[in-house]
Design a protein around this ligand. Structure first.
Ligand SMILES: Nc1ncnc2c1ncn2[C@@H]1O[C@H](COP(=O)(O)OP(=O)(O)O)[C@@H](O)[C@H]1O
Ligand SMILES: [Mg+2]
Length: 265
């Protein structure tokens, strides 16, 4: 049980997909970025999203927790369900949705507050724990991401003196602290050194015991290492989605074959 369970809205099914996407089209203004996409992401799985730059990976990912809602010109048709609840449902507060479906970006974005306060920022905002527990929660989450030894003696310091990799681990700790059901990660390791990348990959594998993850990656080897399923977006379409081994070793579509063989950007 994580700290957020008491606040979860809707019914959490014991098994089956967490996220169902059907007939999804998204775009900006008169341009469709992605048309008629259908995919689902199973409970406690790691799911890679691959495809050339500009194919709509970030737009798709950000649609899953309504992060694009306020972006000018953005539109969406079709349905995204989280545990059977339409995420566009008026009764689902977007802030609650984003607590349940967290996000980690390519560039680490610590808040301008202490390391400790960063970790518990969401816990505080959602009033998920009494003040006296915040220190323990910060420690627990920093340990979980492997950052504790490096920051234990400077929890009150600014995060901006940490290395890029450490900042990204801090952002992961912050995302995990609110106990999300789903974590969206947009190229989370593309700005990191190989050692931190390995740490993050190992962490994601461990998190799959309790979380569903959707990870955008440019690194095909990484998708193969960490993902249960892989989804390939290309040219405005979700071309193919399936078990990672199938998508890489026996893709159904020629475009997928071309991309995973490295013949297309
Ligand atoms: N805020 C926006 N306004 C208009 N067009 C956008 C916006 N964000 C992204 N796009 C366009 O949507 C398409 C997909 O972008 P994106 O989702 O960022 O692709 P990817 O993450 O796969 O590189 C691109 O053509 C991009 O120019
Ligand atoms: Mg992107």
């Amino acid at each position: 049980m994580h700290a957020a369970d008491g606040l979860a809205t809707g019914v959490t099914l014991a098994e089956g997909p967490v996220l169902y996407v059907t007939d999804l089209s998204v775009g900006f203004g008169d341009k469709a970025v992605l048309q008629d996409a259908a995919v689902d992401f199973g409970r406690h799985t790691v799911n890679a999203l691959i495809g050339p730059t500009g194919c709509g990976k970030s737009t798709f990912l950000r649609s899953l927790n309504r992060l694009n809602d306020k972006v000018s010109g953005y539109w969406r048709t079709g349905k995204i369900e989280l545990d059977g609840v339409d995420i566009a449902d008026d009764r689902l507060d977007p802030l609650v949705l984003r607590r349940r479906v967290g996000m980690v970006f390519q560039r680490p974005n610590p808040f301008p507050m202490s390391i400790r306060d960063n970790v518990v920022a969401g816990v505080r905002a959602h009033r998920m724990a009494p003040r006296r527990e915040l220190g323990d929660i910060a420690e627990q989450r920093l340990r979980q991401v492997g950052l504790w030894p490096a920051v234990a003696d400077r929890l009150g310091d600014s995060p901006f003196r940490l290395s890029g990799g450490q900042q990204q681990l801090l952002c992961l700790a912050r995302a995990l602290a609110v106990g999300p059901d789903v974590l969206l990660l947009d190229e989370p390791t593309s700005s990191l050194d190989p050692v931190t990348t390995e740490m993050v990959e190992a962490l994601l594998a461990k998190l799959a015991a309790s979380l569903t993850m959707v990870v955008v990656t440019h690194n095909l080897a990484q998708a193969r290492r960490i993902a249960d399923t892989t989804t390939f977006l290309y040219n405005g379409h979700l071309v193919e989605s399936g078990p990672t081994a199938d998508v890489f070793e026996s893709p159904r579509e020629p475009e997928t074959a071309s991309y995973v063989m490295g013949r297309m950007g």
